[in-house]
Design a protein around this ligand. Sequence first.
Ligand code: MN
Length: 233
Amino acid sequence: MTYVITPPAVPAVAIAGTDDLFPVNRVYCVGRNYAAHAIEMGHDPDREDPFFFKKAPDNLLAASALDGGGDFPYPPKTSDVHHEIELVAALGAGGRDIAVDAAMDCVWGFGVGIDMTRRDLQGEAKKAGRPWDTGKAFDHAAPIGRLHPIAETGPMEHGAIWVDVNGERRQEGDLNQLIWKVPEMISYLSGLFTLQPGDLIFTGTPSGVGPVIAGDVLSGGVDGVSGIEVRVV
Ligand code: MN
C-alpha cells in the first residue's frame, strides 16, 4: 500500500547544542496560569480548575535566537495579534492517570515558546461560547526555541520569564508564580487524555500580553533555556 498523497512531515523542534530533533505529537496549552494574567483578562485566579486548549503541531515556528530567530507572518482575518511568552515542557513519556509525584518522570526537557493569539477572534469565540481554534491554532501560531534536556535544566520550578518587543520589556514574571505547576498540569491532562511521548505543554503566560504589528521584533526567554526571537513580517 502507498499513501495517496505525500504524507505531511513530522513537526519537530531543534535541540540545543546538537543537530537532533524532538518530534512533536500534540501541543497542549493551559489558560490563565499566572494570577496577574488571569486578572488582566478579567477572571478570578483563585476559583478555576486548570483548563486547556490545543494548537496544531504544524503551527510550530522554529524561532531560536541561536538560529537567528524566525519570521512570523502577520496572520489574516485579525487586527489584534497578541504575544504570550510561555515555558514549554516537552514529554518523553506519557500515559493515563499519572500521579503528580510521578509526573516529572515524563518530562524530556524544556524550552520557551510564544502562544501567538488572534485576540479579537478569541474574544468573539468566548462571547459566542464557541471553540478558540481560530484565535489560537492558526499557521505559525506557536514560535518555539530550542529544547534542553531536563538533566541540564532541572525541574524549572523558578526562574525569570520575559519578552521584549523592540527592546522594551513587555512581559515579565517568574516560573514560581505558576498557579498549576508542571507536574500538576501533566497529572490533570493525563486524566483527560492519554499523554504521549512528543507532546508539548505550553504552561501559560505572565501578565503584560499585548498586540504586535508588522516590523516588530520579539525577543524572549526563560532562565536556563535558549532564547527565542521572532520578527513579525
Ligand atoms: Mn497562553
